[in-house]
Design a protein around this ligand. Structure first.
Ligand SMILES: Cc1cc2nc3c(=O)[nH]c(=O)nc-3n(C[C@H](O)[C@H](O)[C@H](O)COP(=O)(O)OP(=O)(O)OC[C@H]3O[C@@H](n4cnc5c(N)ncnc54)[C@H](O)[C@@H]3O)c2cc1C
Length: 297
């Protein structure tokens, strides 16, 4: 691996200042599970690595407080293992907990961070689709100040995000979910154990009585970037959910996919997988929404 200088700022201000001072050759380092293998393979080059793991306030899932709108704030340096263990996350967006539990292996999950999974922007990243269906927002900090953008607008192209040069992702923010809501994350891999997804689908269904009040479907590994399926909410809203509606929504998801053929599967195979996974995700999300509705009735 080519040599690099290592920096360990203690505050966000120091990290931002270092990024400005060191220029485009510098990269932030979180868990290193993406960046270090990429540096090793020569896929990425960096003269300086700015480690974020000593900065207070970037780690952990903040317990939601109903007085603040019941928002769940997940620090960008929160490990995927911690996310998978969080009760607050599992209770509010089970799909996100499921995505975290399915990512890689216990060893990788104990290092990999939420921020790194977003900021590397690989097309098959597991956490983004589960965050998008919950209308999550990405909180970003630069010398110009703090801004927030929807997770669904964070991804521009493979390995390209909406981050400005030197900007730090500080948190993923999940808004309060309506009461009768269910979510699900479904992922297909070619083998058990550590394997990246051939296709994955996250879905949310929110009920108002017997009708769909809102819904969302998001895809990963079947397009240049993880993305919401546009039109899914409009198709399902106001309808009484049944097998036919789920079938139509799943077909819409398969149609929205832009898969490629590679050694993990052909484009046709991936599109078929999206149909099957979307059907499963919507069915489970609906069942969970009905259970949640029963609990509040
Ligand atoms: C064996 C193996 C299996 C894997 N399997 C999966 C899998 O199944 N699913 C999956 O989704 N991923 C998988 N990954 C990829 C990886 O583990 C995850 O994407 C992980 O979440 C990346 O986080 P990190 O903290 O290690 O990021 P790092 O490698 O530290 O950083 C990744 C990139 O994001 C930037 N960055 C990191 N944090 C910030 C921040 N807060 N602000 C701004 N920029 C930042 C870095 O500069 C770098 O460019 C796997 C990796 C390995 C090694």
């Amino acid at each position: 691996m080519a040599a690099f200088r290592y920096h360990r700022p203690a505050t966000l201000d120091e990290a931002l200042e270092a990024a400005v001072r060191l220029g485009p050759g510098a990269a932030y380092l979180a868990g290193g599970t993406e960046l270090l293998p990429d540096l090793h393979r020569g896929r990425e080059a960096a003269s300086d690595l700015i480690a974020l793991d000593h900065i207070a306030g970037l780690c952990g899932v903040e317990e939601p407080d109903p007085r603040n709108g019941d928002v769940v704030r997940i620090g960008a340096l929160t490990t995927v293992a911690e996310l998978a263990r969080s009760r607050s996350v599992a209770e509010r967006v089970s799909a996100l907990a499921e995505a975290a539990r399915s990512l890689a292996s216990p060893q990788v999950r104990s290092l990999a961070t939420v921020g790194g999974n977003f900021c590397r922007a690989v097309p098959c990243a597991d956490l983004p689709p589960a965050a998008m269906i919950a209308s999550a927002r990405v909180r970003l900090l630069s010398a110009a100040g703090m801004r927030e953008i929807p997770a669904s607008r964070f991804f521009i192209a493979p390995r390209v995000t909406a981050l400005h040069p030197g900007e730090i992702m500080v948190a993923l923010v999940i808004p309060a979910q309506p009461l009768a809501t269910g979510t699900s994350f479904q992922r297909f891999t070619n083998r058990r154990g550590i394997a990246v997804a051939v296709a994955s689908v996250a879905a949310r269904v929110t009920l108002d009585g017997d009708h769909v009040a809102d819904a969302a479907i998001a895809l990963s590994a079947v397009a240049p970037v993880p993305a919401l399926v546009s039109g899914a909410a409009e198709l399902m809203r106001g309808q009484e959910p049944d097998e036919e509606l789920i079938e139509r929504a799943a077909a819409m998801a398969a149609e929205a996919a832009q898969p490629i053929s590679d050694l993990r599967g052909s484009a046709d195979y991936r599109r078929e997988l999206v149909l099957v996974l979307a059907r499963r995700a919507l069915t489970q999300a609906l069942s969970r929404a009905r259970t949640a509705r029963g609990a509040v009735a």
